[in-house]
Design a protein around this ligand. Sequence first.
Ligand SMILES: NC(=O)c1ccc[n+]([C@@H]2O[C@H](COP(=O)([O-])OP(=O)(O)OC[C@H]3O[C@@H](n4cnc5c(N)ncnc54)[C@H](O)[C@@H]3O)[C@@H](O)[C@H]2O)c1
Length: 349
Amino acid sequence: MTAMEGNRPVRVAVAGLGYWGPNLVRNLHEVPTAEPVVVCDLRQDALDAITRRYPAVRGTTSYDEVLADDGVDAVVIATPVSKHHPMAAAALRAGKHVFVEKPLAASSEEAADLIELAGDAGLILMPGHTFLYSPPVMRIKEMIDSGELGEIYFVSTSRVNLGLHQSDVSVAWDLGPHDFSILRYWLGETPSHASALSRGCIMPGTPDVAFINLEFPSGTVAHVELSWLAPSKLRRTTIVGSRKMVVYDDTSSEPVRVFDSGAVLPNPETFGEYKLTYRTGDIVSPHMEAAEPLFRELEDYCAAIQGGSVPRSSSELGLEVVRMIEAVDSSLDANGARMEVAIAERDLV
Ligand SMILES: NC(=O)c1ccc[n+]([C@@H]2O[C@H](COP(=O)([O-])OP(=O)(O)OC[C@H]3O[C@@H](n4cnc5c(N)ncnc54)[C@H](O)[C@@H]3O)[C@@H](O)[C@H]2O)c1
């Protein structure tokens, strides 16, 4: 990977100013190593809203113009998923570093193609898996890696609320990347198998609820519930380890609670006698750093461009996430059958 010359701020263009893009523009203005220079959207009203707020930033409806601009080092793409590959590939071919919102692409072939393009050109390609930069997620990763939780038996997670229904992707493609990237990061492994049940309740053909089961090579199992149709917002994950258990609630003022609880099966004293012992100890709520994940994520993007490092949200992790969603789709096509998750050739860090 080639590092950018000198240590001047990375000159960034943001393409796609719908629901999410303005958050990226706002955070890029906060990151000291970034200099937002251009914004691009097909909609003039979206451009006007941003350039009114940030007069130093130029607006254009032409993505080709962005790519032809020598004053742009890197692009940040926040367009619908179907546009991720064409727009990211064009930027890499034009010699620009690329940050592309999750999921990295609409298929593993497309994702692998982007990885190859970036590798050949010595450019950074980074998917926007924002939760990898969230303090609670990072704290839980530390607890798992240090062995504090013991062997991870299972993870159960709910990511549901009312909206936003997407027209071009299913709920698994829209919300799945969050939990899949978190699980991949925490456990350091890609599931071997996935099975799923789903339904398009409001728009036939666009599943808006999904119940997904994942099996990991280490033996850990996970259940992921995703929905755009729920009476209240839930962002709740339970991690059950052999030593401790954790509840991570992203909507709570105490997002991580660690339970010194568990069950042990002592050796039976007599043949046929099994007596479980349950342990319920302290509940600890660790202090969390107040940092906006999107800020940290864009900071990591600029550091990778300036220093040639691999971002925590790596392109290989992005490819693994796409493979997990594809396995979910294969299972849905096969009436919920247990499907193998294709494993990437290269090992992940
Ligand atoms: N990381 C997160 O937590 C998070 C949250 C929400 C959305 N997202 C991701 O952000 C991306 C965008 O989602 P959204 O909800 O903002 O979508 P959106 O439909 O609200 O906005 C997309 C914008 O892209 C513009 N656009 C489309 N084609 C374009 C082109 N060729 N050139 C320039 N602009 C173009 C559209 O005009 C629109 O304004 C998706 O990949 C989504 O998964 C990420």
